[in-house]
Design a protein around this ligand. Structure first.
Ligand SMILES: Nc1ncnc2c1ncn2[C@@H]1O[C@H](COP(=O)(O)OP(=O)(O)OP(=O)(O)O)[C@@H](O)[C@H]1O
Length: 595
């Protein structure tokens, strides 16, 4: 039942693929179909033409010999030409459809998912990775057509054999035998492929660790390279053993199937030869039987390959179908407009959030009001839930329970795109875009490139730009022979990107200065505090930090402890009323002041 459902779902995608092929290039689509159909008849034509040559020879009919020879030559030429043409046109069509349709569809579907939960689960990441080969989606549909055409060709050839002698139809039955064994040997190979996939992944990861920039440094210092190389070799040996065993078994199964087929074919041929010995007019049948019969082997093999590819295409269609279904489920249906400005503020109402792959809540029963127009700092130990609040505010996740209210309206009901375009954020794990410096900043708001200089100034990045060889036009990153930046410089760039959006309702800075030195950190905080005061009516600035001292000027400080709100208030209030805050604050003061 499950298999049937998979085939039905695959068929629905194939129908869609053919529709896309038809719309994108009718000429290519029709050419492929016509070439495939003509190729199907070419083999039968060759057999018939050769029989005509032999019959012409035995009956001394010159015209028939010439016609048969010309027909056979034409048939061979057609077979080669049409199969070559079909092959290259199919590739072109698949690439065209991938480039102009599926690449875009997949990217839109991936970005259409409201949150980022799926991006943090390995299984889903694997699925997305396999979708990088978008041409294979189109290829899967054409493999199905090819399998169908090959089976049609098989029946045509067998029909011809049957017309010589019904006894030859026994080859039809024999033809199923190698089909069965080839199928089984492919299953053996597939099972082995799956069985060794973990070792292959391990090999790949170890290779990345050994050759990667960041990991390479650690491996060298720790002196563990020989150990890692050994682990990699062991994984390779395990994988090879599984592969070799499977190939031997598959080879044996294949040989067994073909031996049975050859025995049946030889027996059939003996019947035809015996008949021709008694009736010279049937000599041509021997040629026809050998011509068409020898084609059977490659036909059956190709039919098996095509049908296995068609079945295997589920490997690419399954993640594609999954992505579409997942997107359909996770597309935001919220339609409330985002407010123009905040009047009351943002209220967390008993918000609890648990990550899908985690057993305990990252935030538990959080109830707090962030007043409109305020600067809110979130402090707390590692893993206390600070970033989780940021992600919830940006609608990357939805609360497991409780609500976040924006001026009394549930954030879940506010149109996600509209909400995000009224906010700006510099995330802790910011992107390092290997483009020009200016492009990497402008990504923050493509509609207002004129704000670039201002954003650079806000992030205290002007002196950095001045030092770059081509200023704002400097290419970044090693992938394109560009300049590599230090962690702190990348962070300033991310800050500038977040500063592109002027007067956002919500401005979130998650550890915006973690990689910066103390003077830069101080300058940046001063500037962002100042900016926050000038932000749109009621705009809220949220700053996440480990360093209590730098956010002391915030209007409201939230102290998180293991996912719970331990305390909230101004710096002075907390110093007076919160022993946790006072202790951590004085600890940090002492640590930064030194002995
Ligand atoms: N994607 C995730 N999947 C599962 N658990 C997660 C995920 N992200 C965070 N967590 C867990 O949720 C808890 C809160 O994490 P969060 O990143 O919000 O803490 P944080 O206070 O920002 O920490 P840090 O100061 O280290 O950035 C931690 O226990 C963390 O391990």
């Amino acid at each position: 039942m499950r298999t049937w459902a998979v085939w039905r779902d695959n068929a629905a995608v194939w129908r869609e693929i053919f529709g896309v092929c038809w719309r994108r290039s009718r000429v290519l689509f029709l050419s492929v179909c016509i070439c495939m159909a003509l190729d199907t008849f070419a083999i039968a034509g060759i057999g018939l033409a050769l029989r005509a040559v032999v019959t012409g020879t035995t009956e001394s009919r010159g015209a028939l010999i010439v016609l048969g020879a010309a027909g056979a030559a034409f048939g061979y030429a057609a077979d080669v030409t049409f199969s070559e043409l079909t092959f290259s046109m199919r590739i072109n069509l698949c690439e065209l459809v991938a480039r102009e349709h599926y690449d875009r569809q997949i990217q839109l579907a991936a970005m259409g998912i409201e949150g980022i939960e799926h991006l943090e689960q390995t299984e889903y990441l694997d699925k997305l990775t396999s979708l990088e080969q978008t041409w294979a989606i189109g290829q899967s549909a054409w493999s199905a057509v090819e399998a169908f055409a090959l089976v049609a060709r098989l029946f045509l050839v067998l029909g011809l054999l049957g017309s010589i002698s019904p006894v030859l139809l026994v080859i039809l039955v024999a033809g199923v035998v190698p089909l069965y064994f080839e199928q089984r040997s492919r299953t053996v190979i597939q099972a082995a492929d799956e069985a060794r996939s973990q070792d292959k992944r391990l090999q790949r990861r170890l290779f990345e660790i050994l050759t990667g920039g960041a990991t390479g440094k650690e491996v060298r210092v720790a002196g563990t390279s020989a150990h890692l190389v050994r682990l990699q070799r062991e994984a390779a040996e395990r994988s090879e053993r599984v592969w070799l065993r499977a190939n031997l078994e598959a080879g044996f199964l294949g040989a067994l199937g073909w031996s049975i087929f050859v025995a049946a074919f030889v027996a059939g041929l003996a019947v035809v030869v015996d008949d021709a010995a008694h009736n010279p007019a049937h000599l041509g049948d021997i040629v026809l039987t050998i011509t068409v019969g020898t084609q059977l082997r490659s036909l059956v093999q190709n039919a098996v390959r095509a049908s296995t590819n068609t079945g295997g295409s589920g490997r690419i269609l399954e993640p594609y179908r999954w992505l579409r279904a997942y997107q359909a489920e996770h597309v935001s249906a919220a339609t409330n407009p985002a407010p123009d400005g905040l009047r009351e503020g943002i209220t967390f109402e008993d918000v609890t959030f648990t990550y899908a792959n985690s057993g305990h809540p990252a935030l538990a029963g959080l109830s707090v009001h962030l007043p409109a127009g305020s600067i809110v700092a979130i402090v707390g130990e590692y893993g206390s839930g600070k970033t989780t609040i940021v992600k919830l505010l940006e609608k990357m996740y939805r609360p497991t329970s409780g609500r976040i209210l924006v001026d009394g309206v549930d954030l879940a009901t506010i149109d996600t795109r509209a909400w995000r375009s009224s906010t700006a954020a510099a995330f802790q794990d910011f992107g390092r875009y290997q483009s020009t410096f200016a492009q990497a900043i402008a990504l923050g708001d493509l509609e207002h490139p004129e704000r670039l200089a201002e954003a650079v100034a806000h992030a205290d990045a002007q002196s950095l730009v001045d030092r770059l060889p081509d200023g704002l036009d400097t290419q970044l990153g090693r992938a394109f022979d560009g300049v590599d930046l230090s962690e702190g410089q990348w962070q300033k760039l991310a800050l500038a990107r977040a500063s592109m959006r002027q007067a956002p309702l919500l401005f979130v800075l998650d550890e915006p200065t973690a990689s910066l030195d103390a003077p830069s950190e101080h300058a940046i905080f001063e500037r962002y505090m100042e900016r926050a005061r000038a932000i749109a009516p009621g705009g809220i600035t949220v700053i996440v930090s480990h360093r209590f001292s730098t956010v002391a000027g915030a209007d409201l400080i939230l102290v998180l402890d293991k996912g719970r709100l331990a305390d909230a208030g101004t710096h002075e209030e907390l110093l007076a009323a919160s022993p946790t805050y006072a202790a951590l604050y004085s600890l940090q003061q002492t640590a930064y002041a030194g002995p």
